[in-house]
Design a protein around this ligand. Structure first.
Ligand code: RI2
Length: 309
């Protein structure tokens, strides 16, 4: 397989959501750039850099909301090299470090976040988040008896992946339709969700339906926690940039639209939860209030205000 074909194949898997979840798509993109750089045949460093940029752009276009993708790609491409071999080695090292750190971050988030779950608690989660499941699984492994309520997460039903994972872990789980969130909220002690993006002021962008859950959690006085690796924070939001919300194909919602002449199906993949509705963001760097997001971006992502936008 030609080096660029491998990148195109990974990009298609991410676009079609065969590979999904903000963390998984970031590590898949890092691995793809690593493998691309290892097999790339070029005559000069300039050519290597240009080819790597083309590959990076192909991956970046796949899921427009996920900042995990652009952060991963930025970290992999952060190198200064004298020649092609030096650049190749740096890309491989950066990608492997990113993948390893990402796995460690998910574990650490589990350890930290699970302290917020008490024995006997009922936890509600939405969609399928590695980071949120790490929190739930760490609480369960530490011997706490917990119950999980998982939403289906229309239209792609990632909740079915979640209940499959919880089943394997032996955790008592109930599956609900998304619109049952308010009906069960009075039985819930803590909501734990993942993140696709967290902005500089602590606003959360996550799977469609999250904002409604946060709203009813607040009304029911139920705590709402976000589990997110620090590379889910968006540096560009410091510079005032707004997060693009991905709108996916209508057929994910209604496979046969052809018989409707006056109906348009809308399929936004994510929604926006204001920071006031979030009690805590649990990262590998610690549990923080949403208002501390700016510091995470400056300190953990090493974002410099003069960096190119
Ligand atoms: P982890 C997913 O997006 C969900 O919105 C989930 O909350 C988020 O990524 C984070 O997932 P999608 O790819 O990185 O299903 O915690 O659209 O696994």
């Amino acid at each position: 397989m030609k080096p660029m074909d491998q990148v195109l194949e990974t990009a298609e898997k991410i676009r079609s959501m065969e590979v999904r979840g903000a963390g998984r798509i970031a590590t898949a993109a890092a691995a793809s750039l690593r493998d691309f750089s290892m097999t790339l045949e070029v005559k000069s460093l300039d050519e290597f850099n240009a080819e790597l940029e083309n590959a990076a752009n192909l991956l970046l276009k796949t899921r427009p909301t996920a900042v995990s993708l652009s952060n991963a790609i930025r970290m992999v491409r952060k190198y200064k090299a004298e020649d092609v071999d030096g650049a190749r080695q740096a890309v491989v090292l950066n990608a492997n470090n990113f993948i390893e750190n990402s796995q460690k971050a998910v574990e650490k988030i589990g350890q930290i976040g699970s302290r917020r779950i008490r024995d006997g608690d009922t936890v509600l989660t939405h969609c399928n988040s590695q980071a949120a499941i790490s929190v739930i699984s760490a609480a369960h492994s530490s011997g706490k008896k917990i119950k999980v309520i998982a939403t289906e997460s229309r239209p792609r039903f990632q909740g079915i992946t979640t209940i499959g994972m919880l089943e394997k872990l032996g955790i008592e789980t109930e599956l609900i339709v998304d619109s049952a969130a308010r009906s069960v909220m009075n039985e819930v002690d803590l909501v734990v969700v993942g993140a696709d993006v967290i902005t500089a002021n602590g606003t959360l962008v996550n799977k469609i339906g999250t904002a409604q859950i946060a709203l009813c959690a607040r009304e029911a006085r139920t705590s709402f926690m976000v589990a997110a690796e620090t590379y889910k924070f968006s540096p560009k939001t410091i510079l005032g940039e707004l997060v693009t919300i991905e709108e996916r194909e209508p057929m994910e919602v209604l496979p046969d639209i052809s018989k409707y002449r006056h109906v348009k199906v809308r399929n936004p993949a994510f929604d926006v939860t204001p920071h006031q509705y979030i009690d805590l963001i649990c990262t590998e760097a610690g549990a923080i209030s949403p208002e501390m997001s700016y510091l995470i971006i400056r300190e953990r992502l090493g974002w410099d205000m003069d960096e190119e936008v």
